[in-house]
Ligand binder design. Sequence first.
Ligand SMILES: [Zn+2]
Length: 478
Amino acid sequence: MEDVKIGLEVHIQLTSLKTKLFCSCPNDYRDKDPNTNVCPVCLGLPGALPQLNEEAVRAALSLCIALNGTPTRKMVFARKHYFYPDLPKGFQISQFTALGSSPVCQGGRVKLQMKNYVKEIRIRRLQLEEDPGRLVWPQGFNSKYVLVDYNRSGVPLIELVTEPDMSSPEEARAFVDKLRSILEHLGICNCDLEGSLRVDVNISIKGGERVEIKNIGSIRDVEKALRYEIVRQKTIVSQGGKVIRETRHWDPNKRVTVSARTKEVEAEYRYMPEPNLAPYIITEQLVEEAKKTLPELPDERAKRLVKQYGLSEYLANVLVSSKRLADMFEEASKSYNNYVRLANILVVDYLRWVHEFNKKIGECVEPKWFVDILKMVDQGIISLKIARDVVIPEMVKRCKEPSIIIKEKGLRVIAEEGKLRELIRKVIESNPKAVQDALKNPKAINYLVGQVMKATRGQAEPKLVRKILEEELSKLRG
Ligand SMILES: [Zn+2]
């Protein structure tokens, strides 16, 4: 899909900060009564003066360095004007790359480990800005009136803008996942919080104009919205039409994008330097500090996992794509030393069911549970097949400990040889043709093994089944 160009604008709330970007109101606005988490500054009352929260600069610098970007020396804020009820001042204090304003960070890159290739996505810039308030539609989008809640107004945001380097919905999704993991490793954003990571995408196909899709509520919807948009744009072009430059919204219920307005040009925002905030000088010392306190990041961690646990690069990269998943692996590895098997269960099976049941990674499961499952497999108490097909999905779906699921469902393998032998004799009796085949051709025994597994609903150890089958067949031969 090299003829598709995708760029992202990601809004990242700095949830680790105690206070808002330009005032001392608490940063944690969630679950508070409407318009109680406000002051004259974040309400934009006349005469109120903003004061920069320097913790936000530190957080932005750490992200800048983590992405290999270049921190600016002299950071200048700008007013971005637009009229909307969520913005009481009539402008948002943001940053810009012209008119004397300079964003906190320029350049940078993120390495994406795709299944069969590696790709680097360039970052254009990071800018610090304040979050606007939020509109509340009491009866959904058909409401007769709209309420506005300013509790979120002034919450520190980093806007990250990429170059249009992604060429498929999968790459866009991988980018957001990787960014999220970097933010989690840096500890500056708890991206599980609703609205803490918001993505706008722009996408163009060969011969068409750039279309922006806003209001994509969840990371999973980024991929869906892009898939829809590629089909829509390609259909227009194939029918001889022209894709126009516009902004569209993603409707998660109907799973379509809808036209919102033709794209305004940036000049309409009437950017100007913010006169109430002096330019902020980012000193060498501040940058050095950010470098020194940088924690282990996903790429380094993946390399360490390969070295320390003997994992393949692929497994290590998938593990670190979520800090929580990598943490679960390292926690479980303290009490289980077949590391490759452990990593496989997490990467292949656990992730599959997490996506299937729309859960969050680490939600209501314990790293110890995976150790319990694998130890039971090793001891022959349950089969690996049952662990993968029944125990793990049930555990993810119902948040239940594996030992309880195994007991409830009677999943223990049939370990008693006598009971199994009886069953195998029955299978031999009722499959005379297959038995004749197996007597002639040793490979044909697989069919009988399958029949026995079916008869036991997977609750037998395949190796043991094969051993008894061979014994019984040799009796027939003899
Ligand atoms: Zn305030």
